[in-house]
Design a protein around this ligand. Structure first.
Ligand code: BGC
Length: 372
């Protein structure tokens, strides 16, 4: 790796730290009004990246902030569990919001697609990583929040919900099931008691998405993939990175979503035209580094070289603004559906830049490459 790689790593840390609110919340993007909130999903990855970068206090402040959000929404969790068990519809008072104001207040206008479960699984995973990296016990109130989150996920996982791209609410998504699996498994590692039965049921459900084509698909009965399927192995570890179906999935992702180097979310994505995402490009690189560490699965050197190319791609698609180097949410190149770009720009303005989650994934890939 070279100075350019390191420079973007340093800027990434700086951008994340300077956009962490005093409350501990990370703003998703400081320059894009729709993202002036903190998401559990983005925050959990950002906190993990900050731990890898040695910025433990930042991660600690985020986990304290998120634990508080869970505990103050205990009534909604209890109500949600009760209603789900009784087969009743989950109203706004029985679910956890997906995004929160930076001071912790739930977003109240009800217009956001709030019923998303993956972020809470991801948060449990990140909490366990925090414990493993710092080798320190988690505070009691974090454990209480983790327990409530695990209870919520253990019951609600069977319901259709929006996926990690906040779309397709009528489906059950393999990537969301994987985040729940990874979260519940992590909860067991920090002392929880989720039955092995539930974990194996979740795994069986995820496996159904690989039956037809030998690789995991975004939907049942449809051969297309979504780049979020990398998460089934990394980080949620439902399957190992060298699992055959996982490797096939990654190869489909590269073939169909990564023709020009940057990775798309999925082929029919039209959000801001459906461009290439630094989050996913780094994610694929992270996967390759992890795969390169497994003996006899391929050419380790080649995998590392490829992973470094993913870092390069991020650098080539960063922008210099206000004396900083920024990574956007997506790059408007090789768009799936360019005709959609202006309609989104009219609705919400230019797409998010910088996006803290993009910087976090860059840090994750960079620090992984350093460790090899
Ligand atoms: C993405 C989500 C993300 C949110 C905030 C949405 O457009 O689809 O995955 O959590 O932005 O970054």
């Amino acid at each position: 790796m070279n100075d350019h790689h390191q420079k973007l790593y340093e800027y990434s840390k700086h951008i994340i730290l300077s956009n962490q609110h005093v409350s501990g919340a990370y703003v998703a993007s400081p320059n894009f009004p729709t993202y002036h909130y903190c998401w559990f999903r983005d925050g959990a990855y950002i906190a993990y990246a900050m731990n890898l970068a040695g910025e433990h206090d930042s991660a600690r402040r985020f986990h304290a902030w998120s634990s508080q959000r869970i505990i103050e929404n205990k009534d909604s969790i209890i109500r949600g569990i009760k209603r789900a068990k009784a087969g009743l519809h989950l109203d706004a008072k029985s679910i956890l919001n997906t995004r929160y104001h930076l001071d912790g207040k739930p977003e109240s206008d009800g217009s956001w697609p709030n019923f998303q479960l993956d972020g809470f699984g991801t948060w449990l995973w990140s909490l366990n990583e925090h414990k493993k990296i710092l080798k320190e016990p988690l505070p009691n109130n974090w454990m209480e929040a983790a327990g409530l989150t695990a209870d919520y996920l253990s019951i609600l996982w069977q319901l259709p919900c929006y996926d990690c791209w906040e779309e397709f609410p009528n489906n059950i998504h393999p990537s969301s099931l994987a985040a729940i699996y990874g979260g519940l498994n992590a909860y067991n590692e920090i002392g929880g008691k989720i039955t092995p039965n539930l974990l194996s049921t979740l795994k069986d459900r995820i496996n159904e998405y690989a039956v037809l084509h030998g690789y995991f698909t975004k939907f049942l009965n449809d051969p297309s993939v979504d780049a979020n399927l990398i998460s089934l192995a990394l980080p949620y570890a439902v399957f190992s990175v060298n699992d055959k179906a996982v490797q096939e999935t990654v190869s489909q992702i590269e073939k169909t979503l990564g023709i020009f180097g940057g990775i798309h979310r999925y082929a029919k994505d039209t959000y801001y035209g459906g461009g290439e995402w630094p989050i996913l490009t780094s994610w694929l690189g992270w996967y390759k580094v992890q795969l390169s560490r497994i003996p006899n699965v391929g050419n380790a050197n080649l995998l590392r070289i490829q992973a470094e190319k993913h870092l390069d791609w991020c650098i080539d698609h960063s922008t210099i603004r206000s004396n900083e180097v920024w990574l956007p949410e997506q790059v408007s190149e090789h768009m799936n559906s360019p005709e959609y770009l202006t309609q989104w720009e009219k609705k919400w303005g230019h797409s998010a830049n910088p996006l803290l989650w993009s910087h976090a994934m860059y840090i994750i890939l960079y620090t992984n490459l350093l460790q090899v």
